[in-house]
Design a protein. Structure first.
Lengths: 246, 370, 240
């Protein structure tokens, strides 16, 4: 225990020292150098950013299609559901580096590897939320719909999915934010994007490059998170309710 | 037992006091109910007694001791506390919940166990069944019982109850109230009880303290409050209930003499006479009796049109329900509501007609009262 | 009881068995001389040891700091700071782990300790947030009942608030572990070592066997830890 505390103290002092040193004397021009780098290579950074977004959006579309279908299917087969959710849980727990590593021998280096890994990761949040969103609907609503003579297909499309949409949207948001981070790692296996800046920056010891990449990825992630959060609120059922004026 | 002197409370950030210069004394073994509309300061007053809220002015004496100078923790350990939301601890079994205060007081384990069993039985929960359950497995009424048991387990001489029966359905509430009264009769605790329901206040209390906007308006026994409300506010508060209570108290024969209504007609009265009587009747109905003044039935306006005949007997319809003259006005009201009519015929034990009571007569009684 | 314990242990034991079998097989059957040189028991055990050190030190530290910090922020005096901190933490959690490691590298340089420190800071976030949210979420009436019955603030915290918030706190720790296990394999990029070393080495020399070994052990570690904390989570919530 003593050892642990002294160890922790050591880290803190090191960290504080590091920050203070880098801010004061060692490298006073880091901010300037980063700004300089950004202005010089803005075209490259923009390209990589678009590449990053393309990878994420492309994958997200596939992931939503696959996951919502899986989620709907398992909502009809209760016994099946726990197994599928368990597998998805395990997939998400596997470290992203390990997942990408598994993909490389199969799909080689490149975009495909990134897409497959990202889809596997995003399964759990969307599948689980689709499943719980449907399962936790008020059974009376579903019964009423059936009682009025809707076919199961109509009940699903007209009642269940629209009502479960906020929950599904929340799952998509979780998945999207996670994907942006993992897409950065996927740059290491040649999927492209802002991760390239981070990795080549680290290997060359080029700090402005690393900062540009890291902050770029963070900005995308925070922006996506906010955008989807806003979308959730804006397009939710409540958001569309209008006061009836006589 | 409990004495509040010039008690006041101003919440930080507010200018209007929540409780203003309040003086109140609760005698040992009494149930004092604080009643008033929401926001009148009744809960605030109660929470100052166990110092969940610190008063901004005034003094509190509990058994002659100044509560504000005592250690609040020790003070609270000796005051049972029940709140509307019950506040059962969801991560503890019922037994652990009930044993909270004894455990805080570090009682020996076997004594705690015995006391928990005793108090659970007292509130009507079988310890063997409920002890090891968690609150989530209980119904609303059962939870309320646990809440009361938990407050009573260490035998506190004083109990504070904030709408303790507020969160259950009316039937369960009535049952819990009756059980509580039964227990209180035996235990004789000094209780401060908060409610916004005047019915509950009248039912449960030895004294009622009516509050409005942080001030004590009247502190009196329920019957004094009913007969002599201090001001308009109090009479409004008890108003409706007071009248209905009066319906309970007054018997039909007490008002029957004052009611001036057309005489009944005999069985063989002619159609013309019936028509004349009907025009005069304020209830558009005439009562038909036989020679011995026994009730035979009634004739309404429509009966005359619908059926053909010559004498009253031919038009006469049966009466499905009547009241006796020694019944209360409330009984008369019940029958009227049941029949869906605005009147009811009154007979004596031999089924002889005595008169008719209308809704209007009842209203007059209620009006006089106000 | 013993039977229960056995049920508990059977899945972790199987997982450890698979991990051990993979290591033994790959080390003893190298596909060529490069693999043989790179994949020795000594090297495999070293990266596992590093990996565990990364995880344990950062997680223990983050749990202590996160829980204590969450408790402090939930106290009435600091409550509004807590509300603000919650929002900052939410944004911080959105920042990808690779970006966090990279940014710490630019400030602190390379090394094992930098990696531990970055993981430690990153793991505090979900624990801190859940501790705060868990205590904040305890119904006011329950706290009031406890206070009204004569519990002092410390007793209320330890007997009522923390036990009720416990499942949420454990869920926060579980989230932190999952994130941490994923991020620990990235530590290699800033010189932190760990199982990422094997994967990166394998990728750079194009030897699938090395990649595979590293990935399998990393995945098993992650699943193992998640499984164990999941069981703990199940055990603690008996009352709902």
């Amino acid at each position: 225990m003593d050892q642990f505390i002294s160890c922790m103290g050591n880290f803190f002092s090191r960290a504080v020292n590091g920050i203070v040193l880098s801010a004061q004397s060692e490298d006073p021009g880091i901010i300037m150098r980063t700004i300089d780098y950004l202005s010089r290579r803005s075209d490259l950074i923009l390209d990589l950013m678009l590449e990053h977004l393309w990878l994420v959006v492309f994958t997200l579309v596939i992931a939503i299609a696959v996951s919502v279908v899986v989620g709907v299917i398992i909502s009809y087969y209760e016994s099946f559901a726990q197994t599928v959710l368990g597998i998805c849980q395990v997939l998400m727990v596997i470290p992203s580096m390990a997942m990408l590593a598994f993909m490389v021998p199969i799909f080689g280096i490149g975009f495909t590897t990134g897409v497959v890994a990202l889809v596997l990761y995003s399964l759990l949040p969307i599948v689980r939320n689709t499943y719980t969103g449907i399962r936790e609907l008020d059974p009376a609503i579903v019964e009423a719909a059936k009682g009025m003579g809707m076919t199961e297909r109509r009940v699903l499309l007209k009642i269940k999915l629209p009502l479960a949409r906020p929950v599904i949207m929340a799952g998509i948001r979780t998945a999207a934010v996670m994907m942006i981070g993992i897409a950065a790692i996927a740059a290491y296996v040649g999927a492209g994007g802002l991760g390239e800046l981070i990795f080549s920056g680290i290997s060359r010891g080029h700090q402005p490059m690393i900062i540009a990449g890291a902050i770029g990825v963070s900005i995308i992630a925070v922006a996506f998170d906010y955008l989807l959060y806003w979308g959730e609120k804006r397009f939710s059922v409540e958001g569309r309710t209008r006061e009836v004026t006589e | 037992m409990i004495k509040l002197e010039g008690l006041s409370k101003i919440f930080p950030g507010h200018t209007i006091p929540a409780v203003k210069d309040l003086n109140l004394e609760v005698k040992e073994g009494d149930v004092c109910v604080l009643v008033g509309p929401s926001g009148c300061g009744k809960t605030t007053t109660m929470k100052m007694i166990n110092r969940l809220y610190e008063p901004t002015g005034g003094k509190i004496y509990i058994r002659g001791e100044e509560a504000l100078k005592m250690d609040p923790i020790k003070l609270r350990l000796d005051i049972g506390y029940v709140i509307q939301e019950i506040g059962l601890f969801p991560h503890m079994t019922i037994e652990e919940n009930v044993a909270t205060v004894p455990n805080e007081k570090h009682w020996p384990a076997d004594q705690v166990k015995q006391k928990v069993d005793e108090v659970m039985t007292l509130v009507g929960l079988d310890p063997n069944v409920f002890k090891s359950r968690y609150p989530s497995a209980l119904s609303g009424g059962q939870r309320q019982r646990v809440g009361v048991a938990r407050a009573m387990v260490s035998d506190p001489p004083i109990m504070l109850m904030d709408e303790p029966f507020g969160a259950v359905d009316p039937i369960t509430r009535a049952r819990l109230q009756n059980e509580f009264l039964r227990i209180q009769e035996r235990m004789g605790k000094t209780i401060v009880f908060v409610t916004h329901d005047i019915d509950e206040a009248i039912k449960m209390s030895d004294t009622i303290a009516v509050m409005r906007e942080g001030e004590l308006i009247q502190h009196a026994t329920p019957s004094d409050l009913l007969s002599a409300p201090a001001d308009e506010f109090v009479s409004n508060l008890v108003g409706r209930n007071r009248s209905i209570k009066r319906l309970h108290l007054i018997r039909i024969n007490e008002i029957l003499e004052d009611v001036n209504r057309a005489k009944p007609i005999s069985e063989d009265a002619q159609t013309e006479e019936i028509k004349k009587q009907l025009d005069q009747s304020d209830i558009r109905t005439v009562i038909v009796v036989d020679r011995n003044n026994k009730l035979k039935g009634i004739i309404g306006v429509n009966d005359l049109k619908r059926t053909t005949g010559e004498v009253a007997k031919d038009y006469c319809q049966d009466v499905s329900d009547t009241v006796t003259s020694d019944a209360t006005l409330n009984d008369a009201l019940s029958v009227m509501l049941e029949l869906g009519e605005g009147y009811v015929a009154v007979v004596n034990e031999d089924d002889q007609y005595e008169g008719t009571i209308t809704l209007g007569d009842l209203l007059n009684v209620v009006k006089e009262d106000n | 009881m013993l039977q229960n314990l056995w049920k508990w242990l059977i899945i972790p034991l199987i997982m450890l068995g698979i991990g051990a079998a993979v290591v033994i097989y790959t080390v003893n059957n190298p596909t060529d001389s490069i693999v043989a040189r790179m994949l020795t028991y000594e090297r495999v055990f070293r990266v596992i040891r590093e990996h565990m050190a990364l995880l344990l030190v950062s997680m223990i530290g983050a749990t202590i700091v996160g829980v204590l910090g969450g408790i402090m922020l939930s106290r009435p005096k600091l409550y509004y700071i807590g509300r603000v901190a919650e929002n900052i933490v939410n944004i911080g959690q959105t920042v990808p782990s690779l970006a966090v490691l990279a940014l710490f590298y630019t400030v602190l340089g390379l090394g094992f300790r930098v990696a531990v420190f970055a993981l430690f800071i990153y793991s505090i976030l979900p624990i801190l947030r859940n501790t705060f949210a868990g205590i904040d979420g305890v119904e006011r009436s329950i706290v009031e009942a406890a206070r009204g019955m004569g519990m002092n603030p410390f007793r209320v915290l330890t007997k009522i608030e923390l036990p009720i918030a416990f499942p949420i706190i454990v869920a926060g720790i579980r989230t932190a572990i999952v994130i941490n296990v994923g991020a620990a394999t990235l530590a290699t990029f800033i010189g932190g070592g760990g199982l990422g070393d094997l994967i990166v080495t394998g990728l750079s020399v194009h030897r699938d066997m090395i990649i595979f070994t590293g990935a399998v052990i990393a995945a098993i570690t992650a699943i193992f830890l998640d499984y164990m904390i999941g069981k703990v989570e199940e055990r603690v919530v008996r009352w709902t």
